[in-house]
Design a protein around this ligand. Structure first.
Ligand code: FAD
Length: 248
């Protein structure tokens, strides 16, 4: 594993997996593998033949325990310069430039403890899934921390990592997965079917065995504002709430 300053390196796309109609996972093999913490992100840089460069940030979806490759899950925006290129042009075997790991505030480790509340909107669930996958690795090693993840997606089919999170819900003591659908009725009894609001956040907070001591909120600006307001209204102190905004 490399140490020292974060620098650009070449990564090879070793696999691409269609996750939802608008989100693909890109598995990158790093020339210089690095250690990272759940919640961190990387920058990717694309260079056109004329030298024009575009750079964007993408959260790491893999658990820190995963190994030498990393998974990024990228949502295709219809007018999105980099996300369209990733979806429509990049194929396995291609090289891209990567810099990371980056981000020091939006990170969680099982040693930080819980209860932990995770609120993710759309592709904003990516760094939270890294945390849950990390929890799963710790769970296998015998550590249990109460964690609840609320994922808000437009539809059942657009709920990123839905099946894996449902499986974790069955397999892991102390992990609860709640799905909110904004453009469809909810499918499962424990879920919601509306836009996130204060009552929804208050409801899921009560499903934890005690007040959350760490809260992570990630997604579009609108989602982060609504979810963070809900957490504050539920009585969670502001300094326990960490947010990551994807834009939009
Ligand atoms: C720390 C961090 C981590 C991120 N992790 C991820 C990730 O894991 N997966 C992921 O898909 N994205 C992630 N993003 C967002 C990503 O960096 C890009 O902003 C996104 O892919 C759009 O880039 P683009 O070049 O395709 O679109 P652009 O050409 O930059 O933008 C096209 C249009 O889309 C709007 N827009 C930009 N971002 C969004 C958005 N998130 N939602 C809706 N509209 C938007 C812009 O205002 C513009 O009108 C992350 C952002 C940050 C800051």
């Amino acid at each position: 594993m490399s140490e020292g300053p974060v620098r650009w390196q070449t990564a090879t796309v070793i696999d691409i997996v269609v996750r939802t109609p608008r989100i693909k996972s890109f598995f990158l093999s790093l020339e210089h593998p690095f250690e990272f913490q759940a919640g961190q992100h990387v920058d990717i840089r694309l260079t056109a033949p004329d030298g024009y460069q575009a750079m964007r940030s993408y959260s790491i979806a893999s658990a820190p325990e995963h190994g030498t490759s990393i998974e990024l899950a990228v949502e295709r925006l219809d007018d999105g310069e980099v996300s369209m290129f990733m979806h429509d042009v990049i194929v396995p075997g291609d090289d891209i430039e990567v810099r990371g790991p980056l981000g020091g505030h939006f990170i969680w480790s099982v040693t930080d403890g819980g209860p932990l509340l995770l609120l993710g909107g759309g592709s904003g669930v990516v760094p939270l899934v890294s945390m849950v996958r990390h929890l799963k690795a710790a769970d296998l090693a015998g550590s249990t921390v109460p964690v609840l993840l609320l994922l808000s997606a437009r539809t059942w089919d657009e709920a990123l990592f839905r099946d894996e999170l449902q499986d974790f819900n069955k397999e892991m003591n102390g992990f609860t997965f709640v799905l909110n659908l904004t453009r469809e009725a909810s499918v499962r009894g424990q879920d919601f079917g509306r836009r996130i609001d204060e009552a929804m956040v208050a409801d899921v907070v009560k499903r934890l065995p005690g007040p959350p001591v760490h809260v992570f909120v990630c997604g579009s600006n609108a989602f982060v504002n609504a979810a963070a307001d809900g957490a504050l209204a539920a009585g969670i102190p502001a300094d326990l709430i960490k947010t990551e905004r994807y834009g939009g």
